[in-house]
Design a protein around this ligand. Structure first.
Ligand SMILES: *[C@@H]1O[C@H](CO)[C@@H](O)[C@H](O)[C@H]1NC(C)=O
Ligand SMILES: *[C@@H]1O[C@H](CO)[C@@H](O)[C@H](O)[C@H]1NC(C)=O
Ligand SMILES: *[C@@H]1O[C@H](CO)[C@@H](O)[C@H](O)[C@H]1NC(C)=O
Ligand SMILES: *[C@@H]1O[C@H](CO)[C@@H](O)[C@H](O)[C@H]1NC(C)=O
Ligand SMILES: *[C@@H]1O[C@H](CO)[C@@H](O)[C@H](O)[C@H]1NC(C)=O
Ligand SMILES: *[C@@H]1O[C@H](CO)[C@@H](O)[C@H](O)[C@H]1NC(C)=O
Ligand SMILES: *[C@@H]1O[C@H](CO)[C@@H](O)[C@H](O)[C@H]1NC(C)=O
Ligand SMILES: *[C@@H]1O[C@H](CO)[C@@H](O)[C@H](O)[C@H]1NC(C)=O
Ligand SMILES: *[C@@H]1O[C@H](CO)[C@@H](O)[C@H](O)[C@H]1NC(C)=O
Ligand SMILES: *[C@@H]1O[C@H](CO)[C@@H](O)[C@H](O)[C@H]1NC(C)=O
Ligand SMILES: *[C@@H]1O[C@H](CO)[C@@H](O)[C@H](O)[C@H]1NC(C)=O
Length: 448
């Protein structure tokens, strides 16, 4: 019995009302080539899709790719050489014997199409559904992009058993990343990091008579008219598989809108077993309305690499047990958050706790970075904190310990908080790195 997983049902692709007469029939002759320096591409007849080189952000490397050509941001739907970006001067040739061949200026072969059917290529076709096809003289398909997907599926595209989508490494790095949508040989469709985090369970036995045969991005039902919308289903670098649409008439002003996404909250789904933490150390993953995770540093923490919003956060204050003379309560503040937790680094559990004793207990021990209070239990955690997430099911109160002694760019800024005349007064000043605590206490005496 055939079982088809329908990603989404759409009405059939019709011609655009704003159809512009084709300048090309999409056919590319053997012997044709494109170069990174040429700024040219092979367009589909409607002009919706283009095949060629796209330059990577912030460097001189190029991806051989297919993209939505009428959209200003030229969203890439397929890329050949994510693991080996092409230096400027690289060329792709359409050859009769080897299909598409991507060669660097030094003559290194960076990528070539791997024909599934042996034969001599007569021509290539960039068609209007976004597929690039190599055909022989009889128009039999020898190779096609649709059967060699990267991280995206388009309407009409079919993933056979054994096929997969692979995430890229980051928003701007197309090296193969941590996540996969794998259509296993047993018919199960599995989303996985190091381990699966969601599966359809469509194997023989689990759902009687319904072993998965094909994953079809079905374009023939009616929820959204495909003629009015661009559509794509993409496995993002953060492990979210989502379908997006974009009205064709307003491509200038609107960005891709998610229709559905899986899993519904990736921040909660990914744990130590299933894959690498979405956010770096000390960071907190929050699932946002755009159905994508964002990573945020706690108060008084900042990004280790300001250009990597998914990276680790470092405290801007003195942390840990170094140089701590003794417990001095007014060296500390506590930030209280709701339902925030890090899955790792728990080093002590207090039973029969109250929220107050939980918070106090973290303050009193230098090794404690955060304490999570829930159901009369207090989990004390130390650095580094990983797998941070906001999860409304936790019913937890989260105490993040913040010391009031700051690090600041090689010198130390001491932030003194003191109750004076009923007003909370802050005095800040900058010191050299050494023995700031002595100065701190000296200063405090004068203030009191
Ligand atoms: C497409 O156009 C080229 C010339 O640009 C022509 O040689 C080729 O026969 C055409 N193919 C089809 C299928 O019309
Ligand atoms: C490449 O093409 C784009 C759009 O067609 C144009 O805006 C850009 O100036 C061109 N760049 C070069 C180097 O020719
Ligand atoms: C690829 O195309 C370029 C430019 O047309 C040409 O100089 C080169 O010889 C071709 N290489 C192959 C292997 O066909
Ligand atoms: C080419 O295809 C064969 C058979 O489908 C496969 O075993 C091989 O790994 C593929 N090579 C590449 C580079 O994709
Ligand atoms: C992409 O990330 C990989 C793995 O972290 C790294 O080796 C590679 O240099 C990066 N590529 C670019 C173009 O930054
Ligand atoms: C996978 O996702 C579906 C749909 O959201 C959900 O019903 C199912 O419980 C998930 N399965 C696993 C193993 O997480
Ligand atoms: C796509 O969906 C339509 C309507 O549900 C169905 O009739 C058709 O068989 C589906 N196509 C494929 C390839 O499964
Ligand atoms: C707290 O309870 C857990 C299990 O409920 C137990 O393993 C642990 O030893 C207890 N901790 C203390 C300090 O009693
Ligand atoms: C709270 O803790 C008690 C005892 O440790 C346990 O029996 C109970 O199931 C927990 N309740 C929740 C909501 O986790
Ligand atoms: C959440 O915690 C509060 C306070 O500890 C408790 O009164 C409430 O029953 C808890 N709710 C659930 C759903 O566990
Ligand atoms: C730290 O100081 C150096 C030079 O003293 C300066 O170049 C750098 O921008 C500063 N960094 C920050 C985060 O203020």
């Amino acid at each position: 019995m055939t079982f088809t997983v329908c990603l989404f049902l759409l009405s059939s692709l019709l011609l655009l009302p704003t159809y512009v007469l084709a300048q090309t029939n999409g056919s590319i002759a053997v012997g044709a080539s494109l170069s990174t320096t040429g700024n040219s591409s092979w367009l589909s007849p409607s002009g919706d899709f283009a095949f060629g080189f796209q330059q990577l952000e912030n460097n001189d490397l190029f991806l051989l790719s297919i993209w939505f050509a009428k959209i200003p941001d030229k969203t890439i739907v397929w890329y050949a050489n994510g693991d080996k970006p092409a230096p400027d001067g690289s060329v792709v040739n359409l050859t009769a014997n080897s299909g598409l061949v991507l060669t660097s200026p030094q003559g290194d072969q960076l990528w070539k199409s791997n024909q599934t059917i042996a034969g001599i290529v007569a021509h290539g076709v960039m068609n209007d559904i976004g597929n690039f096809v190599l055909e022989n003289e009889q128009s039999a398909k020898l190779w096609e992009m649709f059967k060699n997907p990267a991280n995206t599926m388009l309407p009409g595209q079919i993933l056979e058993r054994g096929g997969k989508l692979s995430s890229r490494n980051s928003e701007t790095n197309y090296t193969r990343g941590h996540f996969q949508l794998y259509f296993q040989d047993d018919g199960n469709l599995v989303l996985s990091g190091q381990k699966p985090y969601n599966a359809t369970g469509t194997t023989t036995g689990s759902v009687p008579g319904s072993k998965g045969l094909q994953l079809v991005f079905n374009d023939s039902a009616e929820e959204l008219a495909a003629r009015d919308y661009y559509l794509r289903t993409t496995l993002s670098f953060d492990g979210v598989l989502a379908q997006y649409f974009l009205p064709k008439t307003s491509v200038d002003s609107i960005s891709w809108v998610p229709l559905w996404s899986e899993p519904s909250n990736i921040c909660q789904k990914i744990n130590v077993d299933s894959g690498p933490s979405i956010c770096g150390y000390n960071s907190i993953c929050t699932y946002k309305a755009d159905k994508r995770p964002t990573c945020e540093c706690p108060t008084r923490y900042s990004l280790l690499d300001p250009n990597d919003p998914y990276g680790s956060c470092n405290p801007t204050f003195k942390q840990g047990c170094e140089n701590e003379p003794s417990y001095a309560e007014d060296l500390y503040d506590v930030q209280v958050l709701a339902n925030t937790d890090w899955l790792t680094s728990s080093y002590m559990q207090l039973n029969d706790s109250t929220a107050d004793t939980c918070s106090q207990s973290c303050l009193q021990y230098c090794s404690c970075a955060v304490a999570i209070y829930s159901n009369q239990t207090c989990q004390k955690k130390k650095f580094p904190l990983s797998y941070g997430r906001e999860d409304n099911n936790l019913n937890a109160t989260t105490f993040i310990k913040l010391t009031t002694v700051y690090k600041k760019n090689g010198s130390t800024s001491v932030h003194v908080g003191s109750v004076l005349l009923g007003t909370f007064v802050f005095v800040s000043f900058m010191l050299g790195t050494a023995d700031y605590l002595g100065l701190f206490f000296g200063f405090r005496k004068k203030l009191m």
